[in-house]
Ligand binder design. Structure first.
Ligand code: ADP
Ligand code: MG
Ligand code: MG
Length: 868
């Protein structure tokens, strides 16, 4: 295999092999943009290294060849004493994982070449020693695994209240000695001075950083597969830390927060690498570069236009200016907020860069779902205490916490928390995941907090500089002397950047207003509208709702639902009707039982009337009663306690006996669904009659009667027989079908289809039964471990497991249709609202998905995307 690619050999389509960073560095090189030369070691080499614990054969030779070619091109050798070539060794996986893995700059410096570097820069000793101390610091932390704090503290000790740029050559040289001492102390060895050895060790450290705990956590959060590995980029160094005519920056081609066009970025003079995002000094807005270095600024803007036109999308970039010369160090299609995604997609259509179909594929259901989150009520009284940058939109309310650990702790206790930091770093990731929102007092829109929060779709206000944050005292002080301590509730608005004391009430978002009432009053809603119309026109899948009440049914319709795919009837047996259910269960004679059923029937009829009326002529799939009966009876412990007292009545004793009799070891696999209908005479008949009579009163009503938990066609046949009789008697037509949620039903679908006019896949139960675990018991018990072990990348209850459960669905679809070509097919498990699962439903040829009313727009969009 070929393990190393020169930047001139790669291109942007090779992300699997070269990682995003490497592929895009190659793409920019081939576009003729000013990229320092370099090469990429493939992620395949990394996978080999991680699996075997050693580099693949031939890798070191290939790297040596490419290094020699780079040296020849640059006219200097790596670490050459009098005129050194220096390189960076940079991680870069297929999917961007901001700051999660490692990069080492200034490889090739040692006690000799540091003088050569100073000479190269016209006798600039300060710069050379600054670069050297940075190398030992980064190398020590990343490659040698020394706690970064040790270097930080040594640096702070010299720096005092000054900034890093105030240190002179002598002080920096002294720091180099101190840092070397730290390395000796911590590792028992000297800092490695051989440039090639430095490079080799750095490459392996980058490979290893794929499995750093924070990288693993980030991948799980972002659902990035665990086995991809990272590529490694070796790039000739260019220097932003030579003096004030140099610097480094990050920029976006549009605002990643709103999607609006303009100039968005941060710049820092006399700085290197991470300085911009790490917040060591305050950055300046990119516009100000125009004043400092107009030529580089103009060139940068031109390059950004080139990149946007080339990638036909928002790009983010890293650049460095070395003594007036601009260098591009990275680009990629940038992360953005949900609102920006919709705006940008439609703007690009208007600019003629992409088609509307492409625009639909550029946005996701998850992004749409984010736009449907509530926002703060503009009319509510609120106490604003600060304003920062609107880094990632949303309205978050929670208790103030000042450390990642505390955020995790409190959220595990069920508290909503807002994580407050001066600035975040990759070690705060767990806390950021746990928090409802993130607030920082330092850093701009390109800071770590902002980038990561946007990626996660989490509310974030950053750079609220008026706030004095003390993580030690766990407080922050706002202007006017307002002090917020840990545990105090605050509200943050990631859309406006405002911070409020106390809990601010929330209201529907503009996008929900649009779906609910057709209100279209801003450009974001306009963008959503265009994309939704196109998605609706493109999709083949119908979208129905899981709704049990007239209110839900009505909302589902407003949101674009085309019927009800699952109307559960169990809640209709609760509340005041519990009494009637108890009578039904306790009935010892046919007469008693019939009396109980007769009492329930008119109530059921009213339930169905409301739903048919709300749905007009759209189909309503009603599932006959499904859960185990004891769920409707009093708790066995409560009953036992009561039965032991004098107050207990005859009925209490009877109830206790009944509950004991009905108690099941494993109710999920017990007396429920169709089994219940067959065991309790008259129960299903009562429900069917109530449905038929309600339908008769609503012209155009389209009932579909759905039998749950069928495993054998015989079960369905006997229920169907009776139901047909009742329908004929009342004079109403209805489809009769079944859920497919028991593996046996999927495997005998051809037989079952003979007796069913439709199938609806109940993938919650199908998943439980296919895997043989009960959802309620396993999600906290061992799923985290399973996710760790990579047994699944995401819970099979969240996203349909294509290989296993999906296979059962495929079999049932094929067999069912072969027996009955016009068999109607849908899904009503919670997967019906999950983007990945919706794509599966499209691929496998279902007719519709059904999901909760609030997910309907998401399902419409994803169904459209699946078809395009
Ligand atoms: P990350 O993936 O965390 O952004 P990078 O590999 O991009 O890490 O590098 C970290 C920082 O170092 C970035 O700011 C990058 O621009 C800078 N950098 C990387 N390589 C070079 C180089 N050859 N010359 C100058 N700066 C570099
Ligand atoms: Mg980078
Ligand atoms: Mg079920």
């Amino acid at each position: 295999a070929k393990y190393v690619y020169d930047f001139t050999e790669g291109n942007r389509n090779l992300k699997d092999l070269l990682g995003g960073k490497g592929a895009n560095l190659a793409e920019m090189t081939n576009l003729g943009l000013p990229v320092p030369p370099g090469f990429t070691i493939t992620s395949e080499a990394c996978r080999h290294y991680l699996a075997e614990g050693a580099e693949p054969d031939g890798l070191s030779e290939e790297v040596a060849e490419h290094l020699e070619a780079l040296e020849a091109q640059m006219g200097r050798r790596l670490g050459q004493a009098d005129d050194p070539l220096l390189v960076s060794v940079r991680s870069g996986a297929k999917f961007s994982m901001p700051g999660m893995m490692e990069t080492v700059l200034n490889i090739g410096l040692n006690d000799e070449s540091v003088h050569g570097l100073a000479k190269q820069a016209g006798g600039n000793d300060r710069f050379a020693w600054d670069s050297y101390r940075r190398l030992i610091q980064m190398f020590g932390k990343t490659v040698l695994g020394i706690d970064g704090e040790r270097f930080e503290q040594a640096l702070d000790a010299v720096k005092g209240k000054r900034q890093d740029t105030d240190l002179d050559a002598g002080e920096l040289q002294g720091l180099v000695e101190t840092f070397k001492g730290i390395v000796r102390e911590e590792t028992g060895k000297d800092f490695p001075t051989d440039p090639r050895e430095q490079m080799r060790l750095a490459v392996m450290a980058v490979f290893d950083s794929w499995n750093a705990p924070r990288a693993i956590l980030y991948r799980r959060q972002e659902r990035i597969p665990a086995d991809l590995g990272t590529a490694v980029n070796i790039v000739a160094m260019v220097f932003g830390n030579v003096g004030n005519d140099s610097g480094t920056g990050v920029a976006f081609t549009r605002d990643p927060g709103s999607g609006r066009q303009g100039i968005y970025g941060d710049y820092l003079q006399n700085a290197q690498g991470e300085d911009v995002v790490a917040g060591i000094r305050n950055t300046i807005p990119l516009e100000e570069l125009e004043r400092i270095d107009k030529q580089s600024y103009d060139e940068l803007l031109a390059i950004m236009r080139t990149l946007e036109n080339h990638y036909k999308d928002l790009c983010d970039i890293e650049f460095t200016i070395e003594r007036g010369k601009l260098w591009m160090l990275q680009t990629r299609v940038g992360k953005r907020t949900a609102a920006a995604a919709f705006r940008i997609a439609t703007q690009l259509v208007d600019q003629g860069l992409i088609t509307l179909d492409e625009a639909v594929t550029r946005v996701t259901g998850d992004q749409l779902a984010q736009l449907m989150f509530p926002r703060f009520d503009g009319g509510a009284a609120k106490q604003k205490i600060a304003k920062g940058m609107n880094a990632s939109p949303g309205a978050a309310v929670g208790k103030a916490v000042f450390s990642s650990e505390r955020a995790v702790e409190l959220s595990e206790q069920g508290e909503d928390v807002i994580l407050i930091r001066r600035e975040t770093n990759p070690d705060d990731l767990a806390g950021m995941i746990a928090a409802k929102g993130i607030l920082t007092s330092r850093g701009g829109k390109t800071s770590h907090a902002a980038v990561v929060a946007r990626g996660m779709g989490k509310t974030c206000v950053c750079g609220a500089e008026e706030l004095e944050v003390s993580t030690r005292e766990r407080t922050f002080t706002a202007p006017g002397g307002v002090v917020v301590s840990e545990g105090d509730v605050i509200s943050i608005d990631g859309t406006s950047g405002e911070v409020f004391l106390g809990e601010v009430p929330v209201v529907d978002s503009a996008v929900v207003e649009y779906f609910e009432r057709g209100i279209q009053d801003d450009d974001l809603v306009g963008a959503v509208d265009r994309i939704m119309r196109r998605a609706d026109a493109a999709r083949r899948l119908g979208v129905r709702a899981n709704a049990d009440t007239p209110e839900d049914a009505a909302r589902a319709r407003r949101f674009g639902g085309e019927g009800i795919g699952l109307c559960r009837t169990e809640h209709m047996f609760l509340g005041e009707r519990r009494q009637l259910v108890e009578d039904l269960v306790l009935a010892s004679t046919d007469e008693d039982r019939q009396a109980a059923l007769d009492a329930l029937e008119p109530l059921q009829k009213t339930d169905f009337l409301g739903i048919f009326q709300a749905m007009g002529g759209d189909p309503v799939t009603i599932r006959l009663i499904d859960p185990p009966l004891h769920e409707f009876l009093p708790d066995i412990v409560d009953l036992s306690v009561k039965a032991a007292t004098d107050e207990a009545t005859e009925k209490d004793h009877q109830l206790l006996a009944a509950v004991k009799r009905l108690h099941e070891q494993n109710p999920m696999l017990g007396l429920r669904g169709v089994r219940l209908g067959l065991v309790i005479p008259g129960l299903f008949a009562m429900q069917v009659r109530a449905i038929a009579q309600a339908a008769k009163e609503v012209p155009g009503a389209k009932p579909e009667i759905m039998i749950p938990l069928v495993a054998a066609v015989q079960e369905l046949e006997s229920v169907r027989e009776e139901a047909r009789g009742i329908l004929a008697e009342v004079g109403v037509e209805a489809l009769i079908g079944t859920m497919i949620e028991v593996p046996r039903a999927a495997l005998t679908a051809a037989q079952i289809a003979e007796a069913a006019e439709f199938f609806s896949f109940g993938t919650n139960d199908l998943t439980q039964m296919a895997w043989g675990f009960s959802r309620d018991d396993v999600e906290s018990a061992f799923f985290p471990k399973y996710l760790d072990l990579g047994i699944f990348g995401v819970s099979p209850f969240e996203t349909l497991d294509r290989e296993g459960v999906g296979r059962l669905v495929e079999i049932a679809v094929a067999e069912g249709r072969s027996a009955r070509p016009d068999l109607h097919l849908g899904i009503c498990g919670e997967h019906g609202g999950d983007p990945d699962s919706i794509h599966f439903c499209h691929d496998v040829g279902l007719d519709y998905v059904s999901c909760s009313p609030f997910r309907i727009p998401v399902a419409r969009l994803e169904a459209g995307r699946a078809a395009l």
